[in-house]
Design a protein around this ligand. Structure first.
Ligand code: ADP
Ligand code: MG
Length: 277
């Protein structure tokens, strides 16, 4: 997510700014905070796991996390993700895909590939052993064609999330405002209409709910034409936990959960990207 491409949203962020200053003062003083703004007493192992992922990325001189690394960070923060496993051989790919239960999705794992779909590095709807074998080979072939010198770290096998309403949860570290969160509905709503809401982190659960209800496409989430309503409480928790994550790890420059499939009950992050400063 880049605010540069949404200049009109600078105004929205500024509008939120004054309120946030007050909030930040309260946070600094640590007084009378709503529960969701209080520092969470995370277990040592959770922070340890996340810190370890970031340290590994930095040690390799990388500025971005691979999808499985970003998703594992999200998972530790209670953000729902797809089941995943990395296969290093075609046999493993077939085995993991069967274990996970079809349909599955195969994706390239390479530190030289950031946009996986563009290089033919994503194959959806893998339904059996034959599909799995073909997909494994096809992805390697596609990536080699587009980027002959790409270093391949394996193939990510993941559960295929059933189609549903897609939303986007994003965060950037704004030079003026610090960690800032974004919410919108997927596809054309964000790309064409720029129908998104912003808040400066940290946010409360109430502010997370406001972010969701503010977008013009909100009625879609409430259920229309007999469609069941989406699980807004789960979405609000995802926003809240994203806020906690970007507050805890200030080295995050950009975070994108795009898309998140939202269901009548629950949600699932299908792709996650985290870029470091
Ligand atoms: P890219 O790195 O190019 O953004 P993605 O991982 O986002 O690649 O995959 C491209 C598209 O494929 C997604 O936007 C989504 O529509 C679909 N997709 C990817 N993973 C899954 C999944 N696990 N379940 C369902 N759809 C998926
Ligand atoms: Mg994507």
């Amino acid at each position: 997510m880049k605010t540069d491409s949404f200049p009109q949203n600078k105004a929205a962020i500024k509008k939120d700014y004054r309120l946030t200053i007050k909030k930040c003062e309260r946070v600094r003083k640590g007084k009378n905070l709503p529960t969701s703004l209080q520092p969470i007493k995370r277990s040592f192992t959770v922070q340890g796991k996340v810190t370890k992922i970031f340290e590994q990325v930095k040690a390799e001189g990388r500025k971005f996390l691979l999808e499985h690394e970003a998703k594992n960070v999200c998972k530790e923060y209670g953000i729902p993700i797809t089941a995943l496993k990395i296969a290093k051989t075609v046999e493993e790919a077939v085995e993991f895909s069967e274990e996970m239960g079809c349909p599955t999705v195969f994706k390239i794992v390479s530190t030289d590939v950031i946009h996986k779909f563009d290089v033919g590095g994503v194959i959806l709807s893998i339904n059996n052993r034959e599909d799995a074998k073909k997909a494994y080979k096809k992805i390697l072939e596609n990536v080699k064609k587009h980027k002959p010198d790409a270093k391949i770290d394996g193939i990510l096998i993941q559960e295929m999330a059933p189609c549903s309403t897609e939303v986007i949860v994003g965060a950037i570290k704004d030079s003026q405002f610090g960690p800032t969160l974004m919410f919108g509905l997927g596809g054309t709503f964000v790309e064409v209409i720029k129908d998104v809401s912003f808040r400066i982190a940290p946010i409360t659960i109430e502010e997370a709910k406001e972010m969701i209800s503010e977008v013009k496409a909100y009625p879609i989430l409430q259920g229309y034409r007999g469609q069941p309503p989406a699980d807004i409480d789960t979405l609000a928790k995802i926003l809240l936990n994203t806020s906690r994550l970007v507050m805890d790890y200030q080295e995050i420059k950009e975070l994108d959960l795009n898309p998140v499939m939202v269901y009548e009950k629950g949600a699932k992050t299908v792709d996650a990207r985290i870029i470091l400063e």
